[in-house]
Ligand binder design. Structure first.
Ligand code: UDP
Length: 399
């Protein structure tokens, strides 16, 4: 399978990867997160694990289980790590987190691995089972540069026992962190059903199947139903655009089992657009990869108006399909979009509307930006680069 990446990254890059992986042969690696489906972390792990194994590094993926109460708390914690708020963390919540962690400790065997990667705050407490010879790494997918101090104190109870942590970007690292930190940018997989080429016919058929008019310009945002993705702001921007251009808005999303807020946001959106023509809110099963692919390819302009964002894989996914993306000037979005070259970075609803209009008006501009967008992803955000970064980091931590 790895050979199939040669057309995208070249033979030399792949050879480097093989050389590096030989140095790590016989190593046993474990990844733990809290959902198999839904959201960017699961998306990456689904592709990463088989490739690591193909490289000869025995890699397993285990999922930490929780119930709604647990995930409501960890969602609050996630939001608090992004931004301070009035909501604190109660001692009851702390005890419940420990209780669920304890249950998972009985189910998830972490002892038989040399290196353990723990993704995000949900499974962090498993660290209590760390063995002397092991290396444990916390892989944080959140922008924790300005956390709520209580949320930070909470995770610090566990974090300081880790050997290292990884963030997407240096800007995400909280200044008071005490353990070694590294940065690795995420990636997309060009061979994933979500990103492979599709025929014009397949794109059109998929759009039609969902009641989308393939002949009318399409504005698209793909994301979990999450307030931080600002779907409400996208609707406002769309209404401004709509005053001048006849176009459609698709908000395509799904629920993730570790995000109980999704259903509430979805219902609010449905109420809001009940009388709107040309706005579609689609709740898809989390494995609707070909459908998302077709939407992204069929879109005229792709939007990602997040208020806060870890990386925002959807931005690279759209750029890979040669789409100009209008994204908020936050988190990993600002690392992906080159303002004025591959799309636009915006700060407000009005700014988003203005840039969408500009792109709708100018096909040549869309094509030019789309070309640069794809090139950027090819050089910086493909999975082979990501794998290499991980192998280098493991090598460094073990030596
Ligand atoms: N995604 C999907 N279906 C949806 C919504 C999202 O398959 O209805 C995928 C999306 O294509 C991307 C991932 O979920 O691969 C979301 O990752 P991102 O980093 O953009 O956001 P996160 O959900 O991790 O905050």
């Amino acid at each position: 399978m790895l050979e199939q990446y040669i057309p995208f990254v070249g033979e030399e890059t792949l050879q480097e990867l093989f050389i590096l992986s030989r140095k790590l042969k016989d190593l046993k690696v474990l990844h733990v997160n809290s959902t198999y489906k839904g959201g960017g972390v699961a998306e990456i792990l689904q592709r990463f694990i088989p490739l690591m194994n193909e490289l000869g590094i025995k890699t397993d993926w285990k999922v930490f289980k929780g119930d709604e109460k647990f995930f409501s708390f960890t969602k609050k914690l996630h939001n608090l790590l992004h931004l301070p708020s009035e909501k604190g963390i109660s001692s009851e919540e702390f005890v419940y987190y420990l209780k669920i962690t304890y249950e998972n400790l009985k189910e998830i065997d972490t002892e038989n691995y040399d290196v353990v990667f723990i993704h995000d705050p949900q499974p962090m407490g498993l660290i209590v089972n760390k063995q002397k010879k092991q290396k444990w790494i916390w892989r944080c997918h959140i922008d924790t540069s300005t956390p709520d101090p209580r949320a930070w104190n909470f995770i610090e109870n566990f974090l300081n026992s880790y050997d290292a942590c990884i963030f997407h970007m240096p800007e995400f690292v909280y200044e008071k962190i005490e353990i070694p930190t590294y940065t690795i940018l995420p990636s997309i997989d060009p061979l994933h059903p979500k990103n492979i080429d599709l025929s014009e016919e397949e794109i059109k058929n998929t759009l039609t199947k969902f009641g989308i008019n393939p002949e009318k310009p399409i504005i698209l945002q793909v994301s979990r139903f999450d307030r931080l993705k600002d779907p409400f702001g996208v609707i406002e921007a769309f209404k401004l655009v709509k005053k001048k251009y006849d176009c459609q808005l698709i908000l395509a999303g799904s629920f993730a089992s570790d995000d109980p807020e999704g259903e509430e946001v979805y219902k609010e959106l449905l109420n809001l657009i009940a009388d709107e023509r040309d706005i579609l809110v689609l709740n898809l099963p989390p494995d609707s990869h070909k459908e998302i692919n077709a939407f992204q390819r069929g879109a005229t302009v792709v939007v990602q108006k997040s208020l806060k964002e870890g990386f925002g894989l959807v931005v690279s996914e759209a750029m890979w399909k040669s789409k100009p993306v209008v994204g908020s000037n936050v988190g990993g979005i600002k690392r992906q979009i080159v303002h004025g070259i591959t799309g636009y970075l915006v700060e407000s609803v009005e700014g988003a509307a203005m840039r969408i209009k500009q792109l709708l008006a100018n096909k040549h501009l869309r094509e030019k930006m789309g070309f640069h967008a794809k090139e950027r992803v090819k050089h910086r955000f493909l999975i082979i680069r990501h794998l290499r970064d991980y192998l280098l980091l493991i090598y460094k931590i073990l030596n």
